[in-house]
Design a protein around this ligand. Structure first.
Ligand code: SF4
Length: 709
């Protein structure tokens, strides 16, 4: 019997787990009581995580390839698969240039994997065409933080929950999607009855039901609400004049902007009582600790960046940042979305939060990597741009790592056309459940969680080490090894000559020296000893020794922000939503999200029988008035139609959604045996202009009773 300490690889809470490997090879798992993020607690997904690696029935075991898509896949050796891929990449690059190829990766990739793919394409192939599925969930928060605070730096930590007395949850349902955070919030509330929880969500959820105040706003009116709260904070003198004067810019414009709408107008637009806005503002204004949480309800919007800014503004005008219990806290949906941001895993950034558009930053990385080419001076294609470019034959080849874009991209028509038209598709994944596998020319079997070593960073900047505990089945390899083997086939072997991921991690950490996320004081040995460290953690912080350290809990405690003049920027943002309009033909707004026991496109959770029991089938939540108008009864099959396609699911009639709003879970794809449950048959390709994050939460649809043809 042997035990291993690892980290849950579902959501960005990053709970510590202890895995026990029995003599007979069976695994058991429990929460790590010593891990500061979860203190032994696990949610239903985390408790059943080990089943995802014990069931190997659908695992990809061997490299496979085919010479054209009418042929069946053939098992081949690793050398053959990687040599063919390298040959195709070299041919395309020679003929069409480096921007003819792209990597599309995932927030499930480990930090070392993210770093290697970035180094390969940006430093050696000479294109910035790498983006991640995290573009679809948190890029609006990245841009929001950068514009307001000067850097993509989450200023807070989970311990701020217990130090807060007002917790403002907006566009998020942590009771289901980040359950361990929510348990900490509920325990704090139970122990301190004065703590107030405000939930902003167009739907009633388990989060809103355990809140003191639910602001059930109309979809797309988040900025109207935040600006109205800002106005009341100003009018009732709850703002921090000294903090505003000494540490911010932009207050005068913000003041002018928020005064343009009365609270009565704002309440009408939001579809809530003006009194409730006053209540929320009063609680925030009188609080000593004001902590806000948000996820996709703000981020996945055509105005996602401005929604983020409107929330961060509330912290800046009250000075509620950089102090225990205070600050804007963007939760991450994937386990290593943060690690991806740190290593440059977006088309517009480089490792260490460097920027592609910054010539000095490019030069630093060219020198650090000793690149044979100049790093391209323009950002690469973002997630949605990649698939549009594939469909237009502007992009010729894509390498997809651990993500399932056929179900997760915003418009299935574009994603499917892209994969059909693309000249060359490599899919590197753990199992054949991903719908995207069937479009591949080359399939590369990847090692899963527990089968490879590396690091991840959770939502509170906490880096943990994940050990290899079991062997991968068949010939599956760790993703990092696949990349460095491929780099050698491309002729870059000297720069990718690693023996293990520890060497990759050390190289990554040294390139962060002097940056805002300096982690030169972190290494595998220290992470194994200390369990976890919050960045930044410089070499001088641990005095270049492996003495115990926990890193940096909070940022901006000195109120010196990462902008040029060290002041945070308050932004006066417009409050109009620019999503696709509802019309007579498409009169309802469709929103989507997670259910409690599933995660993403179900390629992992769908393999666990216990998790499938909670909600075995997709469903549509529809308000009783909207159901009555359409003569639809509970449990009947309905057709949801948008300008792009349709979905057929059973209807759940409920007042949990506002009239005019309906809700469809995001998880289901072809693996259920039908394309007709996919939410992305309906969602649209509009993106926020600054973050390029899709408008998943707002699509105009019609719903009608299904009639057999
Ligand atoms: Fe895993 Fe997230 Fe659940 Fe924690 S809260 S056990 S990280 S899914």
């Amino acid at each position: 019997m042997k035990t291993f300490k690892s980290t849950c690889c579902y959501c960005g809470v990053g709970c510590g787990v202890v895995v026990t490997k029995e003599g007979n090879g069976q695994l058991s798992l429990e929460g790590d009581k010593e891990h500061p993020s979860n203190k032994g607690m696990l949610c239903s997904k985390g408790m059943n995580l080990h089943y995802t690696v014990m069931d190997q029935s659908d695992r990809l075991l061997y490299p496979q390839m085919r010479l054209n898509r009418s042929m069946p896949m053939q098992r081949v050796s690793w050398d053959d698969a990687l040599e063919r891929t390298a040959a195709v990449f070299k041919t395309l690059i020679k003929k069409f240039g480096p921007d003819s190829v792209a990597f599309y990766v995932s927030g499930q990739c480990l930090t070392e994997e993210y770093y290697l793919v970035n180094k390969l394409i940006k430093g050696f192939i000479g294109s910035n065409n790498i983006d991640t599925n995290s573009r679809l969930c948190m890029s609006s928060a990245v841009v929001g933080y950068k514009l307001a605070l000067g850097d993509d730096s989450v200023p807070v930590c989970y311990d701020d929950i217990e130090a807060a007395d007002v917790i403002y949850v907006t566009g998020a349902n942590p009771a289901w999607c980040h359950p361990i955070i929510w348990r900490r919030v509920e325990a704090h509330k139970a122990a301190n009855h004065d703590v107030k929880i405000i939930c902003v969500d167009p739907r009633k959820t388990d989060t809103s039901r355990s809140s003191d105040l639910h602001l059930q706003i109309a979809p797309g009116t988040d900025i109207v609400l935040n600006n109205a709260i800002g106005r009341i904070l100003i009018e009732q003198n709850y703002i921090d004049q000294t903090f505003i004067a000494e540490h911010t810019d932009g207050f005068a414009d913000f003041r002018e902007k928020v005064m343009q709408r009365t609270i009565a107008e704002a309440a009408e637009l939001c579809g809530i009582n003006a009194g409730d806005i006053y209540t929320a503002a009063g609680w925030i204004g009188r609080s000593k600790g004001f902590l806000s949480f948000w996820t996709m309800g703000l981020n996945q919007s055509v105005i996602g960046v401005n929604k983020n800014l409107s929330l961060i503004n509330l912290h800046l005008i009250t000075g509620r940042i950089g102090k225990p219990g205070n600050g804007p806290f963007s939760l991450t949906g994937q386990p290593n979305a943060m690690g991806g941001r740190e290593t440059g895993g977006l088309a517009n950034i480089l490792p260490g939060h460097r920027e592609i558009l910054n010539a000095e930053h490019r030069a630093e990385m060219e020198q650090f990597w000793n690149t044979p080419v100049k790093i391209a001076n323009k950002p690469g294609l973002t997630a949605t741009e990649m698939f549009e470019a594939l469909a237009d034959d502007k992009l010729k080849a894509i390498w997809i790592i651990n993500t399932n874009p056929l179900v997760s991209m915003p418009d299935m028509n574009v994603a499917e056309a892209a994969l059909n038209k693309s000249r060359f598709v490599v899919v590197q994944d753990v199992s054949n459940r991903a719908d995207t596998v069937k479009f591949a020319d080359v399939v590369l079997p990847a090692a899963a969680w527990l089968e490879k070593e590396g690091t991840m960073t959770n939502a509170e900047r906490r880096i943990t080490h994940l050990p290899k505990a079991i062997d991968a089945p068949g010939e599956a390899l760790p993703d990092a090894e696949i990349i460095w083997r491929f780099a050698a086939k491309m002729g870059f072997g000297d720069a990718f000559n690693y023996k293990n991921t520890s060497e990759v991690y050390d190289e990554y950490t040294s390139c962060t020296a002097g940056t805002s996320i300096d982690v030169t004081g972190v290494n595998y040995q220290l992470l194994k000893t200390n369990r976890s460290i919050q960045w930044p953690q410089t070499k001088s912080q641990n005095n270049n020794t492996n003495t115990p350290t926990t890193g940096t809990k909070r940022l901006f405690t000195d109120h010196q922000f990462h902008t040029k003049n060290k002041k945070a920027q308050i932004h006066a943002v417009p409050d109009e939503n620019t999503s696709e309009p509802t019309t007579e033909d498409y009169p309802l707004v469709l929103t989507n999200g997670r259910i409690r026991d599933q995660w993403h496109t179900m390629t992992k959770t769908g393999r666990v029988a216990k998790l499938n029991q909670h909600t075995p089938q997709p469903f549509l939540q529809l308000h009783p008035e909207d159901a009555k108008n359409r003569n639809i009864k509970e449990g009947q099959l309905a057709v949801i139609q948008s300008r792009r396609g349709e979905v057929r699911v059973k209807v759940n009639i409920t007042e949990d959604v506002r009239p005019g709003l309906c809700f469809l879970p995001m998880h289901w794809g072809k693996i259920l045996g039908s394309n007709l449950a996919r939410a992305n048959n309906l969602t649209n390709n509009l993106v926020d202009p600054k973050s390029k994050e899709p408008d998943f939460k707002f699509s105009a649809v019609q719903v009608s009773l299904y009639k057999k043809p």
